[in-house]
Design a protein around this ligand. Structure first.
Ligand code: LLP
Length: 424
């Protein structure tokens, strides 16, 4: 069976390795829980998008919510990528990592006036506006600051992306975007408001999408609107089809980025829209399979109904299983001779029954063994919390020159409450 994340993730003489580094050794050296990312895997993923987009005017914006660590942002900034942000804090991170604000698009349903002003002053490429109220607010902020906000409307195409309800965003009853049938009047309003310049249209239909058809359906709905909006004399330069391309967690076979882009470009051309800039906002597919979470087995509890493998990583480190019942593959980094195979629920130390990383997993494990949760580069550390006063994990990057770098040390538990005050 191929490992999700291969060829960067491999088994070499029984040892699980990431970009040639034995993961058990890294866990012993840096402690667990531990996130490890391969920079080369990230570069390869972004390179695939860039190569396919090269013939077209384009902007590739990494949706940094997937993994906002500075070294990750720096990796993509150096490749010339832009960023899709959803908060002022994310903008500050982009700038701290050396990213170019003029290649940033600002998404999100609830931007504050302060965040708008910060982004305007930084000179972001575009605001993806999600409601009429937001348009009015943005117009006020732009007028007050004397700057022009370039805007795109996030349209809800009402397309089923066929993914988990929590990460499906393009259906009518989602909170996101402007309804398709409100789009033309909203564009007319945008064109009439001071301080705004209409530049594009966008959508984002969901995440972990494993088929091309939903994208083509959404694109068709967007292009219909582009034609309707332009018939009112409002020009649109770019079409942004969002992010969402899935990765392999277990046996999913998502299309390659190049395949998706080829079909999108073909559809744009067939419909006479080949001159427009194509914007994409991938997150998960740039980083997901580039990272693993390492955790050490502490106790094996054999029960009547279930066997529990208690590890030192928990739902606060990796929320996806608890939050979405997400299946993430778990591998023993180097199954020891004493280990016997059994079926385990892999659970963490947090005081919640929802604190599990994998259920009913057949594993050969013994106490002190190191396990790797695969495909943890996206929405892993990004969603981590300090629940149960647990320090967030160390993050390592194996850089493209083969070096192992600590890109964020483990948190110091006393720092977690250092800013808190006792009352008199
Ligand atoms: N653009 C917008 C406007 C988004 O809302 C998202 C993700 C993306 C781009 C990037 O989508 P991606 O390429 O990563 O699928 N925490 C969930 C995923 C939430 C996705 C939210 N929006 C998970 O762990 O599955």
């Amino acid at each position: 069976m191929t490992l999700p994340g291969s060829p960067w993730l491999a088994r070499q003489a029984g040892e699980l390795t990431l970009d040639g580094h034995a993961l058990r050794g890294l866990a012993r050296e840096y402690g667990t829980p531990l996130f490890v990312y391969s920079q080369r895997a990230m570069q390869a993923a972004a390179g695939a998008y860039q190569r396919a987009l090269a013939p077209q005017p384009h902007l590739l914006c990494y949706a940094m919510k997937a993994n906002p660590s500075l070294a990750v942002l720096q990796t993509f900034a150096r490749m010339g990528c832009g960023f899709d942000i959803v908060s002022g804090g994310e903008l500050q991170r982009v700038i701290a990592a050396g990213g170019d604000a003029s290649q940033v698009i600002f998404s999100g349903v609830g931007k504050t006036a302060r965040e708008m002003e910060m982004a305007l002053r930084a000179g972001v490429a575009c605001f993806n506006v999600e409601s009429e109220g937001e348009l009015e607010r943005l117009s006020e902020v732009a007028t007050r600051t004397g700057l022009t906000a370039r805007v795109s409307l996030r349209v809800n195409p009402d397309v089923d992306a066929g993914t988990h309800p929590y990460i499906s965003t393009g259906l009518k009853n989602n909170k996101f975007g402007v309804a398709h049938d409100r789009a033309v009047p909203t564009y007319r309003r945008a064109a009439a408001l001071p301080g705004l310049q209409v530049v594009g249209i966008d959508c984002h239909i969901g995440s972990q999408i494993t088929q091309i058809e939903p994208y083509l359906d959404a694109l068709d709905r967007l292009l219909d609107l582009v034609e309707a909006v332009e018939a009112h004399g409002i020009a649109l330069q770019h079409v942004d089809i969002g992010g969402g391309l899935g990765i392999t967690y277990t046996d999913e076979k998502p299309p390659e980025a190049g395949e998706l882009i080829a079909q999108v470009l073909a559809r744009m051309k067939a419909r006479g829209h080949a001159h427009r800039t194509l914007v994409m906002e991938p997150g998960r597919s740039l980083v997901g399979n580039a990272g693993v979470l390492l955790t050490q087995v502490m106790y094996l509890k054999r029960g009547e109904g279930k066997n529990f493998c208690v590890v030192d990583a928990a739902m606060n480190d990796l929320m996806r299983p608890a939050l979405y019942q997400a299946y993430m593959q778990i591998e023993a980094c180097a199954p020891g001779a004493q280990a016997t195979e059994a079926t385990w629920d892999v659970v963490g130390p947090v005081c919640e029954s929802g604190d599990w990383l994998g259920r009913d997993r057949v594993l050969r494990v013994a106490p002190d063994d190191v396990l790797a949760v695969l495909s943890a580069g996206a929405y892993g550390k990004a969603l981590a919390s300090n629940y149960n006063s647990r320090a967030r994990a160390t993050e390592l990057m194996i850089t493209s020159d083969g070096q192992v770098r600590v890109i964020r040390p483990r948190e110091d538990t006393t720092q977690l409450f250092a800013a808190e005050q006792l009352v008199p």
